[in-house]
Design a protein around this ligand. Structure first.
Ligand code: ATP
Ligand code: MG
Length: 415
């Protein structure tokens, strides 16, 4: 017996109905904002993530699935999408001719974290990236897109939009010094992870999920009091535009991005329904990243939604059943040709139709139809072929009627 790898999972049955709902929605909504799809590889050179995400992040420090290829090079399963989209943008010179470029991607990401509610080692992200503008109007629109998309599932009361500015290379270093001074004075109250973070990436302490650290963080200096004029103006404008878009938001000065390349705008759509896994979608501006990875100095901004978490929320909100079989057609050895024709006609109408392949007794085939949750059964047997009228049984009500082939098609066309 083979077992799946820890933290990985199979998704099937009724769950698939939720995934399909999400997939259909984003394919409909994202193009309305002029985002086009980009398909990126699941495997990249490890160095891309080390450079693009940052050596001192949790992801690079301890979460990547990395292995050595036969030629000695190091490869990693992608832990997120932004680094790859930026690589593709640079490698394919998508910045030419200069204009705003907007992409979305969807697919599995891999992080070697401790599995728990809403946290898996393979999970799915749906993300967008927009390149080519520094304007806070773009920040506002992208936050609106996240808000609008998630609210299209009627999850309004489960979700809250929180925004912050995390400064820029002009103001952040000075703020970090203040923060280090403050945390040094309180070092004995911090967890071991945070003690390590203090030297390497002190802002990450603001994001620690441990209660004793959260207490210390409450009194810490906040970035919003320490922004430079440029960042301040950007943030003020952003808030104004968000109001014009009609986004309900709160300012949360403790939002940080785990990833080093973010500047100014950071935002999260959070829920209190999934335990410690509170962010359903998160994003921010990363103006230095494209240049850092060897491309031109072009600004970027994006977000990623955790689809597994979104699906968990949808399951709390409403029950959807994956109704796999609309019609189960029961037939016997001599009538397969008629049955095949009926199936084809129904399928051409878009009806989910299954055939009784084993050609068994009516009783045993009825049982199979029941187990498949078929909504209707059509019987094509001796009597039916003689009279030209087929029995159509509604499996929910038990009601049975006789209809000619033409009438059957009409019947299901109207359903
Ligand atoms: P968290 O603080 O929950 O660890 P993160 O900051 O690591 O999140 P991002 O890198 O911003 O997450 O990824 C964007 C989104 O991807 C998250 O908001 C979340 O919904 C989802 N996500 C991240 N890691 C996981 C995981 N291990 N399992 C399921 N979803 C995840
Ligand atoms: Mg994480």
């Amino acid at each position: 017996m083979f077992k799946k790898v820890k933290g990985f999972r199979d998704i099937f049955g009724d769950d698939i109905a939720y995934w399909e709902l999400v997939e259909a929605k984003f394919k409909e909504i994202f193009p309305r904002f002029c985002y086009s799809e980009i398909k990126i590889p699941v495997l990249e050179k490890s160095e891309l993530f080390v450079r693009g995400i940052g050596e001192t992040t949790d992801i690079v420090e301890k979460e990547m699935f990395t292995f050595q290829d036969r030629d000695g090079s190091y490869l990693s399963l992608r832990p997120e999408g932004t680094a790859s989209v930026v690589r593709a943008y640079i490698e394919n010179k998508l910045y030419e001719p200069p204009s705003i470029k907007k992409y979305y991607y969807y697919g599995p990401m891999f992080r070697r974290e401790r599995p728990q509610k809403g946290r898996f080692r393979q999970f799915y992200q749906l993300g967008v990236e927009a390149f080519g503008s520094e304007s806070p109007l773009l920040d506002a629109e992208i936050i609106y897109l996240l808000y609008y998309f998630l609210n299209s599932f009627d999850l309004g009361d489960f979700l809250k939009m929180e925004i912050n500015s995390i400064g820029c290379p002009d103001c952040r270093p000075k703020y970090k010094e203040k923060l280090i001074d403050y945390f040094k004075a309180n070092i004995d109250k911090l967890c071991d992870d945070c003690k390590r973070r203090l030297d390497r990436n002190p802002m990450r302490i603001l994001d620690c999920k441990i209660d004793s650290c959260k207490e210390v963080v409450k009194e810490a200096p906040i970035i919003l009091d320490n922004l430079c004029d440029v960042c301040n103006e950007h943030f003020e404008k952003l808030k104004g535009y968000l109001r014009q878009f009609g986004v309900n938001f709160e300012v949360n000065p403790y939002i940080v991005r785990g990833l080093d390349y973010y500047v100014r705008t950071a935002f999260e759509m959070v829920t209190d329904k999934l335990g410690a896994s509170s962010a359903v979608g998160a994003g921010g501006r990363y103006d230095g990243l494209i240049k850092d990875l060897g491309g031109p100095d072009i600004p970027g901004i994006g977000f990623a939604i955790g689809v597994d978490r979104l699906v968990e929320l949808l399951k709390l909100k409403k029950e959807i059943k994956a109704f796999d079989v609309d019609v189960y057609v029961i037939t016997f050895e001599d009538f397969t040709e008629i049955a095949i024709n009926v199936c084809s006609d129904l399928r051409n109408l878009g009806i989910k139709t299954s055939l009784s392949y084993d050609l068994g007794s009516i009783k045993s085939e009825m049982k199979k139809a029941n187990r498949l949750n078929a909504k209707y059964v059509i019987i094509i047997g001796d009597d039916e072929v003689k009279t030209g009228e087929f029995a159509v049984k509604n499996m929910e009500t038990g009601e049975q009627i006789k209809l000619s082939k033409e009438k059957i098609l009409e019947f299901f066309k109207n359903r």
